[in-house]
Design a binder for this molecule. Sequence first.
Ligand SMILES: Cc1cc2nc3c(=O)[nH]c(=O)nc-3n(C[C@H](O)[C@H](O)[C@H](O)COP(=O)(O)OP(=O)(O)OC[C@H]3O[C@@H](n4cnc5c(N)ncnc54)[C@H](O)[C@@H]3O)c2cc1C
Length: 271
Amino acid sequence: MSWDILPKVQLPSTRRMITLTVRRTEQTTPAFRTVTLGGPDLDNLTPTGFDHTVRLFFPREGQPALRMPTLNSEAWMAQTLLLPKSVRPWVRNYTIRRTRLDVNEVDIEFALHADGPASRWASHARPGDPAGIWDMGISYLPPAEAEWHLLVGEESAVPAILSILEHAPSSLAAEVFLEVPSSADIRTDVTAPPGARIHWLPRRDGPGLPGALALATVKEAALPPGRFYTWVAGESKLPTGLRRHLVNDRGIAKSDIAFFGYWRNGRSSPG
Ligand SMILES: Cc1cc2nc3c(=O)[nH]c(=O)nc-3n(C[C@H](O)[C@H](O)[C@H](O)COP(=O)(O)OP(=O)(O)OC[C@H]3O[C@@H](n4cnc5c(N)ncnc54)[C@H](O)[C@@H]3O)c2cc1C
């Protein structure tokens, strides 16, 4: 059976701009900061789990308030770009790591890095700071035919993969490769199906380009037999390099691979 008909992203059927405030922050590990956002507007969010992605809006440095788009459609983008920089918010892509709708809260885990408005914002966010989200749906859409899953990411995709594992059925068999900046960023409290084998890959040899270690490791790995679904995300060389390897060296069908460039080295995310 062909998997070509699988959609790449599943968007919510209805969605609204959601305005929230920071409730608290936590230094989860040296390289990860969790920001908890909350507010009654979360009634407008239908949590899906897995790699549930949002556009995150937050004020630029020096702006006294957050100017959220008012349009509840993709036209928000043009509306925002037309704003002068003095009032235009920053917009970045993030994953909802955890949801607690009973108390109107969501967690976002930021992989901190040297420079970037979102990383800076997460480092300095304080309770009461404004932020907003726009639901972008999920991209982890495995076909039922897959016998096991290959999940690969560097730190920017660690929140998505940990959430995928938490929401996966207990029968899931998976090989999971998670590259992190250092061994202090390895999580010891992961909830995952018993058939998911997690390989933590701390970058021991200094900074290096995120994703290079994960790519080299999977290239050398003895993978289980049987048809598998791959979900890979991170710095763009990781997903594109892994896809190339799987297709060219292991004969995997392109349609069995979901690959996402989460960011590109040396380039700011637009928005
Ligand atoms: C669907 C999706 C979901 C995502 N989910 C998450 C998530 O849950 N957690 C998370 O941490 N990230 C996530 N990301 C990645 C995040 O959106 C990018 O890292 C983003 O560029 C960070 O914005 P910034 O303002 O900090 O840096 P930018 O202004 O975009 O970039 C500034 C500089 O920093 C570099 N840079 C950007 N990101 C990183 C990084 N992670 N490590 C090292 N250097 C970097 C850029 O190459 C550039 O040189 C996701 C991306 C996508 C597309």
